[in-house]
Design a protein around this ligand. Structure first.
Ligand SMILES: Cc1cc2nc3c(=O)[nH]c(=O)nc-3n(C[C@H](O)[C@H](O)[C@H](O)COP(=O)(O)OP(=O)(O)OC[C@H]3O[C@@H](n4cnc5c(N)ncnc54)[C@H](O)[C@@H]3O)c2cc1C
Length: 361
């Protein structure tokens, strides 16, 4: 029997795929999957299509995105085009849970605890041949089996009235006053999800963004309808030990440059199901598919620690950059010959950017 701990997307997808050929028990501590909401719901077009294989994800669709505006600390911005979707996590998680229950035994409102390395549900010890820890960043499975834990960041997000520059474009805010990572607005008609992801005090950064950002403060209209916060892992950690595997946030499977986890966890679960019960082969396949993306994502993340004046300069230069061929889930697309040539041309035109580029690579 395979015990899956956690009924978020990673757990439900694991139950769906492993449950087709194995005896699976999925245990989720909350009554409703996806609650409390801890997600902005932004996923790429490819990610949306991949989820379509497992649920009617269009039911969770809230907005179609055509690209992003990246803001410098002084309020200037450039546009990067690319298709993405905004989805409602409560609905997605419910759809995935419904699907999982077709293939696995699902127990809700029960927390899995561990006595040593033995899982206990309620007051019953469970005997499992394999344990999948899909129990998020504070994973009990990881603690019980001595997995190294990832570094973490805090995310705080509100939904409020907001006048987006364009309702189909996400906005990303850079600059030390607004986060040591980044801040964002995901438009939803006349409201938006406004949030900050940070290693430091995310709430203080968010207050600064809303009150003092040269562009956001003029377009924020108040009337907060929802407030939520959560933890985002910032690094992939070891995720396989003998008969135990971690998937999703429990393993730090998020894009290092955005903290988004929905794409990586789906990729991980598909590889795990493909290779099961060979968990070492799963690990190899995951690293083969995403290892390079993760290390490039970490380099892109260095942008967030640039000085404000460097960010101002970078944003100004990027205004003319043609982003075609670049994909938000795959940083390696920046290194395709066509994109590299464009980047080199930009650097030659503006040699002062060399110093900034050298900090990133
Ligand atoms: C504010 C915020 C915004 C985000 N925005 C995006 C975004 O726009 N796009 C994106 O791709 N990602 C985003 N993310 C990240 C994304 O939400 C996560 O990567 C994703 O939820 C990870 O899924 P998971 O199944 O691994 O873990 P979770 O969604 O955390 O699910 C873990 C589940 O395990 C259950 N559980 C925990 N412990 C136990 C236990 N002992 N027994 C039983 N059940 C247990 C929990 O109740 C929970 O349901 C965001 C995160 C935050 C915090």
């Amino acid at each position: 029997m395979i015990l899956i701990v956690g009924g978020g997307p990673a757990g439900c997808l694991s139950a769906t795929l492993l449950g087709k050929e194995n005896d699976v028990l999925l245990v989720e501590e909350h009554q409703s999957p996806g609650f409390p909401v801890q997600c902005a719901g932004l996923i790429s077009d490819c990610c949306f299509e991949s989820y379509r294989k497992y649920c009617k994800i269009h039911k969770a669709l809230e907005n179609k995105i055509k690209g992003a505006f990246f803001f410098s600390p002084s309020g200037d911005y450039f546009c990067a085009r690319g298709e993405a979707y905004v989805i409602e996590r409560k609905i997605l998680d419910k759809l995935l849970m419904e699907r999982a229950s077709e293939f696995a035994d699902v127990v809700i409102k029960s927390k899995v605890k561990f006595e040593g390395s033995s899982p206990v549900v309620g007051d019953k010890r469970i005997s499992a041949d394999f344990i999948i820890g899909a129990d998020g960043v504070n994973s009990e499975v990881a603690k019980a089996f001595g997995f190294k834990r990832p570094e973490i960041m805090t995310a705080i997000q509100i939904e409020a009235k907001f006048e987006a520059i364009d309702e189909n474009f996400v906005e990303i805010y850079l600059g030390r006053a607004y986060s040591d990572f980044f801040a964002y607005a995901i438009p939803l008609g006349n409201t938006a999800r406004l949030g900050v992801i940070a290693k430091g005090n995310a709430l203080a950064y968010l207050q600064n963004l809303l009150k003092r950002h040269p562009s956001v403060s003029k377009r924020f209209r108040g009337s907060i309808v929802e407030l939520n916060s959560g933890i985002i892992p910032s690094d992939l950690v070891e995720f396989v030990k003998q008969r135990v595997a971690l998937v999703g946030d429990s393993a730090g499977m998020v894009k290092p440059h955005t903290g988004g986890g929905l794409y990586y966890l789906l990729f991980a679960v598909e590889k795990m199901a493909e290779k099961f019960p060979k968990l070492d082969a799963f690990k190899r396949e995951f690293m083969k598919g995403l290892g390079r993306e993760i290390s490039l994502g970490k380099r892109i993340r260095r942008v967030y620690s640039l000085e404000d004046r460097e960010l101002d300069k970078l944003v100004k230069a990027m205004k003319e950059f043609d982003f075609s061929g670049v994909h938000m889930d795959r940083p390696s697309t920046f290194l395709s010959p066509a994109v590299l040539v464009r980047a080199i041309k930009m650097l030659l035109k503006e040699p002062s950017l060399f110093r900034i580029a050298s900090k990133l690579f």
